[in-house]
Design a protein around this ligand. Structure first.
Ligand SMILES: Nc1nc2c(ncn2[C@@H]2O[C@H](COP(=O)(O)OP(=O)(O)OP(=O)(O)O)[C@@H](O)[C@H]2O)c(=O)[nH]1
Ligand SMILES: [Mg+2]
Length: 305
């Protein structure tokens, strides 16, 4: 429901013109990352976690090639277009990668479909479970167009970039993952949280090793990168400069996430809520949440407060 301001508020700071329609605000996480990094599993875990505190967070599947996820989607792009449609079409004859790009462009050309599915309720909190094709985020423009659309529909968005922690446990891989995260951040120009997913799979020693990278000292990273190969010798200074640049400007930070640790997930969701201002202006959506006040059955008591 749109809120129309009927009266002028007191004082110059609170002045709102009569008749001014307050914009609707909605909240979103754009869940992105390489193939198999844990995006869909993360979405399910967040929905589940929210439900445990009687909060409603919805998920939209934007992966036209998705085969399995265990959340109930608010909308599913496969109803509009499936990867097979692009690959099996006699005229198109795309392979899997070109087909996926085609599907995302098709979605943008038919954005009314998405708009209808999202409805226009205030204060919705929606996760967009995106495909795992990294080039969609590092340099292509389709996802950027999607972001602009969502912003026009009054979504406050945070990009949540997942990287499988198993690919980040040596110096060279960590630097390469960091550069991938940086190019996504630069391309999407959104508030951004980088997540090291699947922390539960790390051994104790690997976890200890990782701690050295989380607040990285570029010299430490360089020490970790083997100096034996000619490539590493030749570009050592360059690699060192990149490491120092990332460190000096605090360009990229990672949040280690263990989905089996509810407190860890709560911390992450709180960080994201602060970024998108969820809970500040929003009426947090709840489910089965109002109980009648025993003394006065006409008044319902808010169990959360
Ligand atoms: N142990 C563990 N396994 C995980 C975790 N997250 C995901 N997985 C597993 O990793 C695999 C890929 O997970 P998905 O959630 O499908 O990853 P995705 O990023 O959505 O994959 P695509 O959509 O294909 O790009 C599945 O076998 C998951 O069970 C995690 O936190 N811990
Ligand atoms: Mg997925």
């Amino acid at each position: 429901m749109e809120e129309v301001c009927e009266e002028e508020e007191d004082g110059p700071e609170g002045f709102i013109e009569p008749g001014y329609v307050l914009p609707k605000m909605r909240y979103a996480q754009l869940v992105i990352g390489p193939a198999g990094s844990g995006k869909s599993t993360y979405c399910s875990a967040v929905v589940q976690h929210a439900a445990e505190s009687n909060k409603v967070i919805e998920v939209v599947n934007l992966d036209p090639a998705a085969e399995y996820f265990d959340y109930e989607p608010l909308a599913d792009v496969r109803e509009l277009i499936h990867l097979d449609d692009a690959m099996e079409d006699e005229d198109l004859r795309f392979g899997p990668n070109g087909g996926l790009v085609f599907c995302m462009e098709y979605l943008m050309e038919n954005s009314e479909w998405l708009k209808d599915k999202l409805g226009d309720d205030d204060d919705d909190y929606i996760l967009f479970d995106c495909p795992g094709q990294i080039e969609l985020y590092t340099h292509m423009t389709t996802i950027k167009q999607l972001v602009e659309l969502l912003q026009n529909w009054n979504f406050h968005i945070c990009a949540v970039f997942l990287v499988d922690v198993q690919f980040m446990v040596d110096g060279a891989k960590f630097l390469s993952g960091t550069m991938a995260a940086l190019s996504v951040m630069v391309n999407l120009e959104l508030p951004h949280v980088n997540i090291l997913s699947k922390m539960d799979l790390l051994s104790k020693s690997a976890r200890k090793q990782l701690e050295n990278y989380l607040d990285p000292d570029p010299h430490y990273l360089m020490g970790e990168i083997e100096s034996g190969s000619r490539w590493n010798e030749k570009y050592r200074k360059l690699t060192e400069s990149i490491g120092r640049l990332v460190d000096d400007y605090s360009l990229v930070r990672f949040f280690p996430l263990n989905l089996k640790d509810p407190e860890n997930l709560s911390d992450l969701l709180l960080t994201i809520a602060n970024i998108i201002q969820y809970g500040e202006d929003a009426d947090v959506k709840t489910k089965d949440f109002e109980e009648p006040d025993e003394d006065n059955p006409d008044i319902t008591a808010d169990c959360n407060s």
